[in-house]
Design a protein around this ligand. Sequence first.
Ligand code: T1G
Length: 700
Amino acid sequence: MSEVTQYSRRGAVAVISIDSPPVNGLGHAVREAVLRCLESALGDDEVAAVVIHGGGRMFSAGADIKEFGTDLVLLPPTLRDLIDAAENAGKPVVAAIHGVAAGGGCEFALGCHYRIAAADARIGLPEVTLGIIPGAGGTQRLPRIIGVPAALDFIVQGKLNPAAKAYEVGLVDELFEGDAADAGVAYAEKLIAAGRGPRRTRERNERVEAARGKKEIFEQYREGSSKKARGLEAPLAAIESIENATNLTFDEGMEAEREIFARCVASEQSQAMRHAFFAERQVAKIPDVPKDTATRDIAKVGVVGCGTMGQGIAMAFANAGIPVKVLEVSQDALDAGLDKIAKTYDSSVAKGRLSPEDGKRFLSSIAGTLDFGDFADVDLVVEAVFEDLALKTEIFGKLDAVCKEGAILATNTSTLDINKIAATTSRPGDVIGLHFFSPAHIMRLLEIVRGDATEKDVVATSLALAKQLRKTGVLVGVCEGFVGNRMLLPYLREAYFVLEEGALPQQVDKAICDFGFPMGPFTMLDMAGLTVGYLIRKHQAATRPENERYSDIEDRIVEMDRLGQKTGSGWYKYEPGNRTPVPDPDIEKLVVETSEKLGIERREFSDQEIIERCLYPLVNEGAKLLEEGIALRSSDIDVVWLYGYGFPRFRGGPMFWADLIGTKTIYDKLVEFETVHGELMKPAALLARLAEEGKGFSDL
Ligand code: T1G
């Protein structure tokens, strides 16, 4: 009995419960306590079998990630010591899994002799999502139980698998309903009655021997993994360790696993991915909005506008089980929008991404209307019309008149001033920005824009709603472009400028892709369409300082009616029905002519310089956003870029990446750029201070 474990006896069965909320992480104190319980059970002659289960929500989420990089990880008993103790036990040890058994938690279960799981449990080894491999025997024990191909799937993909799948592959011996301890004791009693003893996984070699010397299995997996997990080191390390299981003895394989694990855990990729893990959990913690702030019920939602964004937003709510009314100005526009929604569901069903039942259910929960009056009983309205302040304030006036007291009035604007919109209503406290990213029913990021008057419970409700929509909600303040788009501007600006100075779109895109982004800026622009950017630049032209450098290449492309992928040409050209960007000599000619027109002598660019020119100003803008308090934390900025703009997770996000490089290095390079390219490259005061103090953004 300890603070983190419970020990009890039920007849001849000892029951050990791990009780270390919130996720029964196997930190040092837990390991020590569980081992003590296990030793008690094994030393008690009246005990014939042992059951281990988790208290609270789950079995265990594995090693305590917070212990990484500290001495506690290796302080005995280590996780390996604990698992060996269970495996070498002279009495059958049963792991009774409910909720989740992940990472070291799953490895602990693999060391137990028998595993049973609740039918709705999830089980897996997601270590590769943290840039590591299973380090407590997972790569040696799992293939011994479920075979090499299945173990490769489990470990290299790093997913949490439904218990039914785990049962199907033989990882779990039985599925149960109800209480884990009860089910565990019942199973243990069956074992005792059947006289079944310990079954040590380390001795189950048939399935690894079956794959001995079959290099092709691993070669194929490496090839597949290199494509799918481009740039990631951990999946390849995991394949290496599983292959060892087929060619080495158990102990040799365990030793090799320890070395590979140590290599991974020390890597920058793992540091970055662990940062991302905690950063995405940190975003919901708002200093002045306590966790227990009451939220408003959101049971009915209205959406104004059934264009591309309105359609996606309506589907996001419907997919989360919240009925939606979508409003349009005309029946034709409404029919066209609802038809697009129906077609989108049909194609998801056709591709097997959605069951026909779900497709029908989601679609039937979206209704159309032409009448603002139909919003009288909704709990939230999201306005998603054209980016025009006058139009939006007119709509908010109507919503203010018809919506019930306590309804939240949200705008999906990506550039306009929320405070100005809120000020036109009688209830600015109920106004908030909910900035979805296209396609809104798919993209995980939701920028939650807090206005000066926005009430705390509206903030808390929006954060909870983001979770309900299975999105990552990041709270940001009001400024042009909020966090994501504001940082995107200098990134794109410099991408245009390096074209004028000597690079070509395909070179810039390749450099950014090799860095780890799914695509470069010019492919991304073509995919999003060039029209919106063109209109925003036209809008900004009025306020742009006269002597400020500006590239008009993309404007000229738009004026050539090349609007991007959807029109078959933009920065690239596209074969009909094909999304592959093809470099276009016409664009190359336009770029070279622009340099000549500007009197710029074109020169060679290294990929490294392209990265520095495009990403350092992006980081610099992030520093300004922190100075202005638009972003609460640098890790929030990282989450925005990880979930909204494809920043590679193995680099942790732009601000974490900046810390890995060093703020001094970035500062010095920006100073150098400023001498050549002027004020636009001027380092932010915060960056200058951190560079001088030898600190990073994570020190803030
Ligand atoms: N270590 C430390 N803290 C953890 C943790 C862990 N393993 N898992 C979760 N937390 C914290 C989390 O930060 C949050 O804290 C709170 O618990 C609730 O989490 C040797 C070395 C289990 C599916 O990769 O995937 O074992 O924000 O909000 O949505 O091979 O947590 O409240 O302060 O995510 O219900 C491998 C990681 C570790 C699983 C539950 N394990 N966890 O999701 O809750 S490496 C994992 C999860 C390892 C061995 C290696 C999820 C979850 P706070 P939450 P949830």
